[in-house]
Design a protein around this ligand. Structure first.
Ligand SMILES: *[C@@H]1O[C@H](CO)[C@@H](O)[C@H](O)[C@H]1NC(C)=O
Ligand SMILES: *[C@@H]1O[C@H](CO)[C@@H](O)[C@H](O)[C@H]1NC(C)=O
Ligand SMILES: *[C@@H]1O[C@H](CO)[C@@H](O)[C@H](O)[C@H]1NC(C)=O
Ligand SMILES: *[C@@H]1O[C@H](CO)[C@@H](O)[C@H](O)[C@H]1NC(C)=O
Ligand SMILES: *[C@@H]1O[C@H](CO)[C@@H](O)[C@H](O)[C@H]1NC(C)=O
Ligand SMILES: *[C@@H]1O[C@H](CO)[C@@H](O)[C@H](O)[C@H]1NC(C)=O
Ligand SMILES: CC(=O)N[C@H]1CO[C@H](CO)[C@@H](O)[C@@H]1O
Length: 588
């Protein structure tokens, strides 16, 4: 009797295994049309190596968002009680059934356990497989696609999974991702040699650390170099921060930092580099470090250089890192303990939201939420294209269309700025400050509006021209949240002074100021600000200079206008440091 039952059970298990292996494929994700600018060129080489990122469904996806709101809402008793790495890992861990289903599927395809890498929460898996195997696993064909700008990627337009895996797997990339994050910096201009700034504290002439400090009332605030605090700056796309340029910048513009031998640390992720040969140093890296560091000196700052980016040659058979940008960096940083994490993380990259597959955008945004729950303020530049993708007011409306196959006219929101769990930084220019025309802003089509910005965004609604109709999504997460100067920045680059503009200038500047606010709190034994947005909209906005003039044209329209109060051009405004300090003092 017992014996029969056992055998029966055994047979049932074997049958279940077979059944799962034989479950028919069902399409998991499919693009109705190729994103604008891309053309299919050829079938991908079968031996090309793909690094697949697999996102598993979390046991209770709402739990993280619930706790994040609690620890970030200044009215809540749990405010400031950030979670440890272990606590967050446990919150987001997939159900055991999910982990087992994924493991069985990988084993079925002969992927050795030793080659599977998992993050510590177990919700992201990374494997390296040849195209041939990926095609069998996903019942698809990979192709080489080229972009009008000459770059190439290996992608597919549709992929499938056995039906019973659908509920366990959220996304697999690179499959349908055509987004390629680009630095949010549009233009550089060499300052003629020998130029002297007649008044380096006047931001109307050119933007320097001194004039920003004066404009935002930072004055002589001195941060505590030995408090546990750190500003993180992430660099992708082989963007390098040059030590000598930065030192030389400090020598000219922040003598105290120069005298203190102030510099930045570098951490390398996924083969990232930080070449110091002048020719390769990049404007983006220099700008981010020079302004983030100037604002927050002497708080230590770290440049995180993540490799694995284009350009690459898909015709080579050698293993290539995919240009999926965020997973490697985020697994690296989320693997740190809280005392190794920066309190503020500034990133000046992004891409059109609709070129990032919905499921992947949700997965990446969830990782930013995890950083927030652990007390990190995650800031992103809002983009340099106003409501479009940067071709100005005369941008043909034909380029502002949806990718869903219907070619519906629409503004072009930018991700990750549209993720509700990052703080998006727009740009202003001049004194008195007005909105910068390039300041990216609008409404997400992927993320619904979080409660903390509902009032502010509703108050703006009557100011939107009715002619915009369905060009924007009135129920979406609206951005930017804040802004800072972003035009005519003086940057030391490759041995020369140059000027640059973009929300890339605004994000590290604003981030440096958040690091100072954290210094104020940490020095008084308080938790750092962490995820900023609930605090920002609920109590923080009075600590900002409201920007009420200017607009962000694009897609053949004038874009949105800056008004009294929050607007999708400059957010709640630019920092008023003394007011912000007063606000924080009230909470001590
Ligand atoms: C978040 O706060 C709400 C309301 O105070 C509470 O009911 C809930 O249990 C909290 N969530 C967690 C996960 O602590
Ligand atoms: C700042 O520079 C602008 C433009 O050069 C000039 O019009 C303005 O008077 C200057 N302001 C001060 C206080 O020097
Ligand atoms: C600076 O931070 C260190 C370490 O947290 C602390 O011991 C010291 O008292 C702080 N100094 C000031 C002036 O706040
Ligand atoms: C996480 O850190 C541990 C040790 O601290 C290390 O063994 C492991 O490889 C790291 N994982 C990732 C994904 O970086
Ligand atoms: C508008 O945003 C909501 C989420 O806020 C989303 O569910 C909906 O699909 C979006 N509409 C379009 C047309 O993208
Ligand atoms: C550092 O930069 C300065 C200014 O461009 C230049 O004069 C100097 O030669 C550089 N030093 C090195 C070691 O590259
Ligand atoms: C455009 C420009 O002025 N470039 C100069 C940058 O500095 C190097 C020397 O460090 C000069 O050779 C370039 O002409």
């Amino acid at each position: 009797m017992t014996c029969t039952c056992r055998s029966l059970l055994f047979l049932l298990l074997v049958f279940a295994g077979w059944a799962s292996a034989l479950q028919p494929f069902r399409v998991k994700e499919s693009l109705p049309a190729l994103p604008r600018g891309w053309t299919a060129k050829a079938r991908a080489r079968q031996d090309h190596i793909l690094q697949l990122q697999i996102g598993l469904r979390q046991a209770d996806p709402d739990l993280l968002y619930d706790i994040l709101a609690n620890v970030s809402d200044p009215r809540h008793t749990q405010y400031g009680q950030h979670l440890s790495k272990h606590e967050v890992d446990e919150l987001v861990r997939p159900h055991q059934m999910t982990a087992e289903a994924a493991a069985a599927w990988l084993a079925h395809h002969g992927i050795p356990e030793a080659t599977i890498s998992r993050n510590s929460a177990g919700d992201w898996i990374s494997i390296q497989v040849p195209v041939r195997l990926a095609e069998a696993m996903l019942d698809t064909q990979y192709q080489e696609f080229t972009h009008d700008d000459g770059s190439s990627v290996i992608r597919c337009t549709s992929w499938s999974l056995p039906a019973d895996l659908h509920e366990h797997v959220e996304f697999i990339q690179p499959t349908t991702i055509f987004g390629r994050p680009k630095p949010h910096r549009s233009f550089i201009h060499y300052v003629p040699p020998g130029i002297t700034l007649s008044n380096p504290t006047n931001c109307s002439e050119a933007v320097t650390p001194d004039c920003i400090k004066q404009l935002y009332g930072i004055g002589s605030y001195r941060a505590n170099a030995s408090a546990p605090n750190r500003l993180g700056i992430s660099g992708y796309l082989d963007s390098y921060a040059n030590m000598n340029d930065t030192t030389y910048f400090y020598k000219q513009f922040v003598p105290k930092a120069y005298e203190a031998d102030f510099s930045f640390g570098v951490e390398f992720i996924n083969g990232g580099l930080n070449s110091q040969s002048g020719a390769e140093s990049s404007l983006e890296g220099n700008l981010d470090v020079e302004y983030g560091g100037s604002m927050s000196f002497p708080i230590p700052n770290t440049y995180y250089s993540t490799g694995g980016s284009p350009p690459f040659d898909p015709s080579e058979g050698t293993p290539q890192n995919t240009n999926e940008p965020y997973a490697e960096f985020l697994s690296y940083i989320l693997n740190k303990t809280n005392d190794e994490l920066p309190t503020v993380l500034s990133t000046s990259y992004g891409d059109e939201e609709q070129t990032v597959p919905y499921s992947y955008a949700q997965g990446v945004c969830n990782l930013f939420a995890q950083l927030g729950a652990r007390g990190v303020s995650v800031l992103f530049s809002s983009g340099d294209g106003g409501v479009g993708d940067g071709q100005g007011p005369n941008q043909p409306s034909s380029s502002c269309i949806s990718n869903d196959g219907t070619k519906t006219a629409m503004f072009l929101p930018f991700f990750p700025a549209t993720c509700p769990f990052v703080t998006a930084v727009g740009a202003t220019m001049g004194v008195p400050e007005v909105a910068a025309t390039f300041s990216g802003g609008g409404y997400s089509n992927y993320f619904s509006r979080p409660y903390w910005q509902e009032g502010a965004v509703q108050a703006y609604a009557p100011h939107i021209p009715s002619s915009y109709g369905a060009l924007y999504n009135s129920s979406g997460r609206a951005y930017p949240d804040v802004s800072a100067q972003g035009n005519n920045f003086i940057i030391q680059q490759d041995g020369n002074l140059t000027t640059g503009y973009g929300t890339s200038c605004a994000a590290p500047t604003f981030s440096g100021i958040v690091a100072l606010l954290n210094d104020f709190l940490i020095s008084r034994g308080k938790a750092p600000l962490g995820f900023l947005n609930p605090w920002l909209y609920i109590v923080g906005s009075v600590g900002f200079n409201d920007i009420t003039v200017g607009n962000n044209p694009g897609c053949g329209t004038d874009g949105f206008s800056a008004i009294d109060g929050w607007d999708p051009v400059t957010g709640v405004g630019t920092p008023n440091f003394p007011m912000l300090m007063n606000l924080l003092s009230l909470s001590l």
